[in-house]
Design a protein around this ligand. Structure first.
Ligand code: PHE
Length: 348
């Protein structure tokens, strides 16, 4: 074979050689650049070339050698950096995989906030069952036997007894006031507790009503607890929740289990009392019901009403969340629409 052809063949072999690991790198070096390699061999052949052609062929061989050397050093560099990056089997140059963080449900955020406010002034947290008997939901709370709140329209009844034992008639609790009775039955004053939970009412589902919602109940029983204590506690609560500027007012109301009873309004969180469409231009928003625990309830729950007095209050968590986050449709809270829920990521 002519020397020229050999040189061309070697050129092609260098181009098509692949170097993807240390072994191939060493094999390449030996094959082409080693002391017994192909290029060394070409220089040997150069000796028998006529003198006038030596310069031309010498140059061609030099070029092939330079090409092989460049290919070898480039491959060395590439292999060195990629072994660095793949140390421990990890390719640290790959983009990271992001993990989507969930958000707390707005009702959980508001519930936790309410509980924290009361924990700071010494209230404990207590809970009771959602499937409740007539005694804890109604009878012990001074509901007369034929009170309209026991009516089928409001209550989801589960089992109806023969009417002689209210502890055998089961229903889904209609309010968290049932937990008041359970706490009083099971502990001695002084009692300071808040009870969060889900409650159920037989109502058609709409933007403004739902068949279940959430409440936080409060109960304070001790000697000499007065209506002034109730008012001051709720004013503290309103300021903690809505800000220092918040004010409250009380309106007379009626609940079978408190006497006297009141409904509490907070100064409008949007217009601060000036009047806007959220507060329907009254400057006030209703947030909870409360009152002094009726002596009948204390006695029914095993607490001596001649020694102790107390107050109770109950609020809807959805209502407060609505004021905090301007959610105007109750159904959003239970539809699990990710677009709604994601908005609370930053909240807590
Ligand atoms: N249980 C009442 C309701 O669901 C609220 C309330 C609780 C009122 C405690 C007074 C005292 O509307």
């Amino acid at each position: 074979m002519e020397l020229k052809e050999k040189i061309e063949e070697l050129n092609g072999a260098i181009d098509s050689a692949s170097i993807t690991n240390k072994g191939e790198q060493e094999a390449f070096r030996i094959q082409f650049l080693g002391s017994k390699g192909a290029i060394k061999n070409l220089y040997e052949l150069l000796k028998s070339v006529p003198n006038e052609s030596k310069k031309e062929f010498g140059q061609l061989i030099n070029e092939v050698r330079a090409k092989a050397e460049t290919k070898l050093t480039t491959a060395e560099d590439v292999l060195a950096t990629s072994t660095q990056n793949q140390s421990h089997g990890l390719d640290l140059t790959r983009p990271g995989e992001t993990t989507e963080l969930g958000a707390r449900h707005p009702l959980s955020i508001v519930r936790n906030e309410i509980l924290e406010i009361f924990k700071r002034i010494g209230f404990t947290v207590s809970e009771g069952p959602e499937i409740e008997d007539d005694w804890h939901n109604f009878s012990a709370l001074n509901f007369p036997p034929n009170h309209p709140a026991r009516d089928m329209q409001d209550t989801f009844f589960i089992t109806k007894g023969d009417g002689t034992d209210p502890k055998k008639e089961m229903a889904l609790r209609t309010h968290t006031s049932s937990v008041q009775v359970r706490v009083m039955e099971n502990s001695k004053p002084p009692i300071r507790t808040v009870s969060p939970g889900r409650v159920y009412r037989n109502e058609a589902i709409s933007a403004r009503a739902h068949c279940f919602f959430h409440q936080v109940e409060g109960l304070y029983i001790d000697k000499d607890v007065s209506f002034a204590d109730l008012k001051q506690t709720l004013l503290y609560f309103a300021k903690e929740l809505f800000g220092e500027k918040a004010n409250i007012r009380m309106r007379p109301s009626y609940f079978p289990f408190t006497e006297p009873s009141a409904e509490v309004d907070v100064s409008c969180t949007l217009c601060h009392g000036k009047g806007c469409n959220v507060c329907k231009y009254t400057g006030w928003l209703e947030i909870l019901g409360c009152g002094m625990v009726d002596p009948n309830v204390l006695d029914a729950s095993g607490i001596d009403s001649t020694v102790y007095t107390g107050f109770a209050f109950g609020m809807g968590i959805e209502r407060i969340a609505q004021l905090k986050y301007r959610v105007t449709d109750l159904r959003l809270y239970s539809e699990n629409d990710i677009r709604f829920l994601q908005q609370f990521k930053a909240a807590h």
